[in-house]
Design a protein around this ligand. Structure first.
Ligand code: BG6
Length: 484
């Protein structure tokens, strides 16, 4: 399979927080890979900006080390790496003051695409937008990219939106949810709206329930400080899982264009019922061997923050009334495995009698790892001995179906940054979407706080707390196994 690379127009990309963790791990390696792929035209440049006092040469050394650490394979192409480093420069600046801003304004060229990546905490978004305006870099063609977390509740998200809107219009603001840049997440839309097969069955008449699992085997690592103030609900559910829910549940947009897609996603969020307390389960991981428990890891012995959350959601519209959506996400679970499973209802009447057992089709979209799509179908078990039914998967692992190169997906950040340069907002969250997601999440979190609810402990390497299993069992259903 030959991938098509369409070079983008020349650009200057400024990465605020250019020495930060996200820049090192994701943004800079992603830019290098796009450069290697020939997508970054001859004169495009990347400008790191941060507080540290260093010159361009030192920054290039920093970026080289980052790419060597986080993508050693790409970095082994040393000629390309040197050429890419030649496109980098650096400006030391004070986001809240005036130091460095004149220099930055002199570095970015007018008359070409100018993008500003805010890879910093939300507390600096407003300051950066203001300075870009003050120093003449906020013209109608410049764009800003903002990372999550986009606020910590509806009020703070609104304040951020208002701050950015003072100097940038909505079409210039790219709110990143990196899950939308994942290849299989985009494939969700292709599967749903590119095939006739599924859409007629995609409703509560035929779908028993939908499960969305985003499981991680790692703990909170070195991000304890941030994570303990956020928790799984704010860190994952309000954004990544909510976006997956939208893509799986939305009506077909009239076309694949940014506002048509985002209008439909917004309708899903607004149609979500409030979640009753007994439909949410929170958990916190325990120690395992030499791996510390959550509280030790975040250095907060009394922490009540959840590292796991599972809930049952209902969408009140004609398509989905009566079909529950079960969502769960957590850290230190059995495996790193994320999938969406659409579980269809059983056939209304079995002509094979009670002995044939109960069977139903399950369409599984595997997001990571081993990206692919699997459809469970019921067939006759081969051989003599009567009509015995078994369920077998019609399996399409992309790597097998499309060739090994196809498994070499571009990282979500590669796709998303190039979309910013192209000016395509389809895979970015609109301001009203983010606010609606917080409006749904806020009462759940407030309820925990009012009831001083502590999360349930769960064993590291498990499927989460027992109550999350009960969430399904009491409805006569069960979670799918967490496995890659
Ligand atoms: C981030 C969260 O947005 O997504 C992290 O802040 C989480 O806590 C990460 O680990 C998961 O992303 P991925 O791409 O590894 O599934």
């Amino acid at each position: 399979m030959v991938s098509r690379v369409i070079p983008v127009d020349p650009f200057d990309l400024v990465v605020f927080g250019g020495t930060g963790d996200l820049a090192r791990r994701k943004i800079l390696p992603a830019l290098f890979r796009r450069f290697q792929a020939g997508q970054m035209g001859d004169s495009s440049r990347v400008i790191g900006a941060a507080r540290s006092d260093m010159d361009a040469e030192a920054y290039r050394g920093f970026v080289r080390a980052a790419i060597e650490e986080f993508d050693p394979q790409a970095a082994s192409d040393s000629a390309a790496l040197e050429e890419f480093l030649g496109r980098l420069s650096y400006v030391a600046l004070d986001a809240k003051g005036t130091a460095g801003w004149d220099k930055l304004a002199g570095e970015v060229s007018a008359g070409r695409i100018r993008a500003f990546y805010f890879s910093v905490g939300p507390g600096l978004f407003g300051d950066l937008a203001q300075r870009l305006h003050d120093y003449g870099m906020a013209d109608h063609d410049s764009r800003i990219v903002v990372e999550k977390p986009f606020g910590r509740d509806l009020a703070s998200a609104r304040a951020l939106n208002r701050g950015l809107a003072q100097h940038f219009q909505e079409h210039q603001i790219y709110r990143i949810d990196h899950y939308l840049g994942k290849e299989t997440v985009q494939n969700l839309m292709a599967v749903r709206f590119g095939n006739m097969l599924f859409e007629p069955l995609w409703n509560s008449q035929y779908v028993d329930h939908i499960q969305i699992t985003v499981a991680e085997s790692v703990g909170v690592g070195g991000r304890g400080d941030y994570y303990d103030r956020a928790g799984a609900m704010r860190d994952m559910m309000q954004n990544h899982l909510m976006q997956l829910l939208c893509l799986i549940a939305m009506e077909p947009p009239a076309k694949f264009d940014p506002d048509a897609v985002r209008d439909e996603k917004l309708k899903v969020i607004r149609a979500l019922d409030p979640v009753a307390p007994d439909n949410v389960v929170r958990g916190q991981y325990q120690a395992e061997g030499d791996k510390p428990d959550y509280c030790t890891q975040v250095e907060n012995p009394d922490s009540r923050t959840e590292s796991f959350v599972a809930l049952k959601a209902h969408i009140s519209n004609w398509r989905w009334a009566g079909t529950p959506f079960y969502l769960r996400t957590g850290k230190r679970l059995k495996d790193r495995a994320s999938e969406i499973a659409v579980v269809f209802k059983e056939a209304p009447h079995s002509i094979f009698g009670a002995g044939a057992g109960r069977h139903r089709n399950i369409l599984t979209i595997k997001l990571q790892p081993n990206e692919g799509i699997e459809l469970g179908v019921t067939i006759k078990e081969p051989g003599p001995g009567g009509m015995r039914l078994i369920d077998v998967p019609l399996d399409m692992t992309f790597a097998e179906a499309l060739g090994p190169d196809s498994a070499d997906f571009p990282d979500a950040y590669e796709r998303l940054i190039m979309d910013v340069i192209r000016g395509n907002q389809t895979l970015f969250m609109r301001g009203d979407e983010v606010e609606a997601a917080w409006a749904w999440t806020d009462p759940i979190i407030e309820g925990w706080e009012e009831r001083s609810e502590a999360p349930q402990p769960y064993a590291s390497g498990s499927a989460g707390p027992d109550d999350s299993l009960m969430l399904m069992h009491r409805d006569g259903r069960r979670w799918r196994e967490i496995k890659p």
